[in-house]
Structures are given as C-alpha cells and as structure tokens.
Design a protein. Sequence first.
Length: 246
Amino acid sequence: MVGERSGGALLSRIRVIDTTGSTNSDLLGDPAAVEGDWLVARRQEAGRGRQGREWQSLEGNFFGSTLVSLKEGDPEAASLSLAAGLALVDAVELAAPQAGVTLKWPNDLMLDGAKVAGILLERSGDRIVAGFGVNLAVAPEIEGRATTSLADHVQMAPQAFAPLLAGAFARMLSAWRSSTPSALSMAWMQRGHPVGTPLTVHDGEGRALGGSFAGLEEDGAMRLDTGDGVHVIRAGDVMLSPPPEA
C-alpha cells in the first residue's frame, strides 16, 4: 500500500497487485472501497476501453483505477471526464515534461498525433470509477489507429507513476467540486485540440458525422460544427483528420 500525503492529510491509498481481470471492475465491485482508493495492476487480463474494445496489457505500461463517490451538490457527473483528462495531462507532464501531450475528446491523450493513454469512466449508483491506461513503455498495435509510448521521454515503472497520477487526480477532483463548470471546460480546451480542428465522430453503430471542433458544453459534451449547424455530441469515437498538405 502506498500513501501520498500533502500537508499531513492522506490524499490517496494505492494498492499495487500483479494481475487482475480489470481494475475498473474490481474497484467498482468492492463495497469496502472508498473515494481516494486506487488499484493498480502490473497486468490486466480483461482490460477494456470505450465501446467494449479490448485494452491490451503490455508489460511496463500503467493500468490503474480510482473511485469517486458522488455527493450532494457535486457538478454533473458527466463533467468528471474533463477533470480526469486534465489530471492525466498533469501527471504525464510531471513524469515527462518535454513530451508535449494533448487531450483528444472524449478520453484520449495524444503524443505527436498518436494515442499514448486513455481513460474509461464507469458508474454504479453514486460511485464512479475512473480507469487509466498509459503506454509508459510499449505502444500496442491497434488496427486503424496510431499509437505511441512515453519510452523515448521517460523510463518509469507503473508503481512510480501511480502517486503522480493519484496526486494530480486528487487536486483536479477538488477543482471539479469547487470551480464553475465553465472553468473546467475552458481548462480542458487549453490542453485539447483547438477550435476548428477537423474531425469525424463515429457512434459505434457504423454511422459517422464529420465536421470541426466547436468547443465544449459545460458538462463536457462536444460541439461539432458540420457546416449546416452545431451538433452536441455526448458519446462517440473521434478521429482527428490529418492537417492539409502545405
């Protein structure tokens, strides 16, 4: 068990295990787990990403989840994804300051146009688990998607990265509860793809909607300008279009 302290207060409890099916499932299904708990696995045998996709477990990469207990007066739960993304950026920048990572809506971290990390939030009642997968050492091969790792920028074990992410998430969770929703959206936009970025949204059922990024709603939903109007997108897979050739 690893604990991180700030000003004498315990921010998080981090449990590192060798192997599990899914840290998200384990933590969400543990009735004894409380907000601030983290479960980190050196290997996941049933890790998953959005829309039920498999999340590959490669040695040296980070797989970990934390729990949030929703309270009366909390912001809309959907906006927690913004806080999770910002926490992940902060943690990666602490580990690899020169990497130059950016956020891609709704839950990916990009490095040089390739995916280097992802987030999956799942909810049961008033409990939300936020799962993080970070390619610290190895980039998995994913058909149709460019991937990369942080190996050229930092050599760090998953258990060393865990306290950085736990501390960043604790700070961002506090900001999520104390800031206005618009402030969090603006903070995300400062770290994400700029307004006007061409992209395509896939809904998981074979449908695609193309347009350009037009900002975020306060709850974290994306605004997509298709040329004939602005659509609010609350779920979907986003593919960024390559920049036009000079």
